[in-house]
Design a protein around this ligand. Structure first.
Ligand code: BES
Ligand code: MN
Ligand code: ZN
Length: 510
């Protein structure tokens, strides 16, 4: 998908379709009004009849015979007063999915007048949404039934600040491609997406983006003392890989942001085996890791001024003759011993060593993302990811930078009670804390491995993949948390540039 700017007159633009926005309960404005009057007011009339109430994403398609664009698709942005720029990603994504299915190869798209003064942010969302909207999950179909036809999306610059629009398009394109990379890694089944394959994909990202990469094998991980990570890997015939990507955007600074992602390429549960129903979804258990690799790829292209290390412990969680058994005791990199009560609580075991390793590399801030607990899906459903932190100021900074991206995060508390629940009778810790507050006891466990480094844990179990389609997005992997990772990195880089003492901006940065 190619997204670019065009200075063409909207009423003369040549395309398979012209897409215009409108707000509910408001007269057509800007380009939408201009085009509608050129084609005889049929859109205003369709709205006046009341067929469409104008809920976000609702649309009207009209044919425009004898125009250089053959169709006009008017898509609602919802109520004007509740407009947020990230709705434009849904707007563009819906256009691509709707028209792409109708064999439209080139779309021309208009921005609402509200884009004036925030051109870069708005164009970024349009580019991101067009690219993520074009993502196809039918990777393995020999002759897919309905592949989306759209190849080009031309954004009409029409009276807006063109250089800002160009900046936004470049950023949104890099972000959209990264989101799709995370989704492709996640949707690829575990027989193909092994730890070795995931490491190869990370190497490709490093090569293309000029990042440093180190991949520790089993022996090297043992040398680092990663007994907790390796205890998960030992039940599998697939060799584990501990992936470390490095982006040095500010060599003069000692600040280092670590992004850590759970990379379980398949979670059977191990000896504490999972029931068969929906176990196939556990190919998605590396979504946090995919998000880290993809975010690193976006940063390599966007080049914010900060240093970031991406860490992905990758392994299968399998039952086998050498697999960890309930009751076994393992030792993490920081020397803490862990009684493995349930081998299905494996995510925290691999993250324990990854968090220690982040500290060893000198991380000054750590964010991890993991499809960690079923309890998180019970608590928040698929509507938001859970946020747990040991540092409320850092948590607030994350939340305010993530908010405008459209990904949703909801902070949950930390209490010492949760740490108490993870105490073992025989070892320092145990890896499960019972049914109550499963997401928070898991977070309390991870907290034991970050020292005093400001840290945020994201439980993305309910948001990394969805089993329903949206007009703007195919079902399956969503790319969460790539947008938030990138926004946080940009916000940290920006805060350091403008307020070296740590104040921050709270917008999507372009
Ligand atoms: N990968 C799962 C969590 C998960 C479940 C993600 C459903 C997405 C959807 C994780 O490894 C797991 O199995 N967690 C256990 C922990 C329990 C044994 C303490 C869980 O949530 O049941
Ligand atoms: Mn598990
Ligand atoms: Zn898991």
């Amino acid at each position: 998908m190619q997204v670019y700017l065009t200075a063409d007159d909207p009423s003369a633009v040549s395309a398979g379709a012209l897409v215009v926005p409108f707000f509910s309960e408001a007269p057509l404005e800007g380009i939408a009004a201009q085009i509608d009057s050129a084609i005889g007011g049929v859109i205003a009339d369709a709205l006046a009849i009341g067929d469409i109430r104008g809920k976000l994403g609702e649309h009207v398609l009209v044919y425009a015979k004898d125009r250089p664009f053959r169709r006009v698709l008017a898509i609602s942005l919802g109520e004007q007063k509740s407009f947020e720029p990230h709705f434009l990603a849904r707007y563009a994504g819906s256009a691509v999915r709707y028209l792409g299915r109708r064999n439209v190869e080139k779309i021309a798209i208009a921005l609402p007048s509200a884009a004036a003064g925030q051109e870069a942010v708005c164009a970024s969302f349009v580019a991101e949404g067009a690219i993520t909207g074009s993502f196809d999950t039918t990777l393995y179909q020999e002759r897919p039934e309905r592949r989306l036809a759209t190849r080009e999306l031309a954004i009409l610059s029409h009276g807006l600040d063109a250089p800002q629009l160009e900046r936004g398009i470049a950023r949104g394109t890099a972000l959209g491609e990264a989101v799709n990379l995370a989704r492709r890694l996640a949707v690829t089944p575990a027989n193909d997406m092994t730890p070795t394959h995931l490491a190869d994909e990370a190497s490709k990202v490093a090569r293309d983006g000029g990042l440093e990469i180190t991949v520790l094998d089993e022996e090297q991980a043992r040398g680092e003392g990663m007994g907790s990570f390796l205890s998960v890997a030992q039940g599998s015939n697939q060799p584990p890989k501990f992936i470390v990507l490095r982006y040095n955007g500010d060599p003069s600074s000692k600040e280092l942001l670590a992004l850590v992602g759970k990379g379980i390429t398949f979670d059977t549960g191990g000896i504490s085996i999972k029931p068969a129903e929906r176990m196939e979804e556990m190919k998605y258990d590396m979504s946090g890791g995919a998000g880290v690799i993809a975010a690193m790829s976006a940063l390599a292209h966007l080049k914010p001024k900060l240093n970031v290390v991406g860490i992905v412990p990758a392994t299968e969680n399998m039952p086998g003759g050498r697999a960890t058994k309930p009751g076994d005791i393992v030792k993490a990199m920081n020397g803490k011993t862990i009684e493995v009560i349930n081998t299905d609580a494996e995510g925290r075991l691999i993250l324990a060593d990854a968090l220690c390793y982040a500290n060893k590399l000198g991380a000054t801030k750590i964010v991890d993302a993991a499809t960690l607990t079923g309890a998180c899906v019970i608590a928040l459903g698929h509507a938001a990811s859970a946020v747990i932190t040991n540092n409320d100021a850092f948590g607030a900074e994350f939340l305010s930078s993530a908010k405008p991206t459209g990904e949703r995060y909801w902070q949950m508390p930390y209490y010492e009670d949760y740490t108490s629940a993870m105490k073992s009778d025989i070892a320092d810790l145990k890896n499960t804390g019972g049914r109550p507050a499963g997401t928070l006891t898991a977070a309390a466990f991870l907290r034991e491995f970050v020292d005093n480094t400001p840290w945020i844990h994201l439980d993305i179990a309910g948001t990394a993949y969805l089993d329903s389609d949206f007009p703007w997005q195919a079902k399956g992997p969503t790319g969460t948390p790539v947008r938030a990772f990138v926004a946080l990195a940009e916000s940290l880089a920006d805060a350091r540039a403008t307020h070296p003492n740590g104040a921050r901006a709270s917008e999507v940065h372009v």
